[in-house]
Design a protein around this ligand. Structure first.
Ligand SMILES: Cc1cc2nc3c(=O)[nH]c(=O)nc-3n(C[C@H](O)[C@H](O)[C@H](O)COP(=O)(O)O)c2cc1C
Length: 186
């Protein structure tokens, strides 16, 4: 029997989700936060969305920078997700405090994270409020990816990279390459 809730505090029973470390540089300030609520929105133009609560320092930084990068980390860098996702840039400089290595972007001014196997450079084109989160829509203007992390068809090589997946409540998990299946309909 399935349990049915019509009153609930959350509905994230569909997790796991990959974690995007999103952030930007505004003036001299660089700040990143963890975001599980992110999504591609369009191939053409290439659009990527991330949902950010108004409470986050990143909300202020990204809306002013008018650009952001979204960085995807391998499972062995899980600590960075906890650091970016449980501490606020309102109180500490997370980049300095946690010794995060940055690399310059190609098109925009905000940096990417060196530890990411994929990083998207995005120019902010719209912010739209949905309830208690704001959807930040970015046009993807550059994509960085580790060549050895992907197969020729662009699919993640799960023998080489273990993606970081978030289960909620500070719990993380990754994939097992042995479960890989190529499936087509009959
Ligand atoms: C794994 C993980 C995923 C998260 N996903 C989101 C998210 O999608 N949107 C959001 O607003 N906050 C999310 N958070 C919370 C922020 O990352 C957290 O509040 C962070 O400390 C904000 O930092 P800032 O104040 O420096 O921006 C997430 C936290 C964790 C640990």
């Amino acid at each position: 029997m399935k349990k049915i809730l019509t009153k609930f505090e959350h509905f994230q029973y569909f997790y796991p989700y990959t974690v995007a470390i999103v952030g930007a540089k505004f003036g001299e300030k660089i700040n990143f936060m963890s975001a599980a609520w992110h999504t591609p929105l369009s191939f053409s133009p290439p659009l990527f969305g991330v949902l950010i609560s108004k409470k986050r320092f990143s909300h202020y930084i990204i809306s002013n920078a008018k650009e952001f990068t979204a960085n995807f980390l391998p499972f062995n860098k899980v600590k960075i997700s906890a650091q970016m996702g449980r501490k606020t840039g309102k109180e500490i400089d997370k980049i300095k405090a946690f010794k995060i290595n940055l690399l310059p972007s190609k098109v925009i001014s905000s940096p990417i994270l060196e530890d990411s196997y994929v990083a998207l450079e995005c120019k902010l084109i719209e912010i739209r409020t949905y309830g208690d989160h704001d959807l930040f829509v970015g046009e993807v203007v550059a994509v960085h990816h580790d060549e050895e992390a992907f197969k020729e068809n662009g699919v993640l090589n799960t023998k080489k990279v273990k993606p970081l997946l978030y289960l909620g409540s500070d719990m993380y998990i990754t994939t097992d390459a042995k479960t890989l299946k190529h499936m087509l309909p009959d």
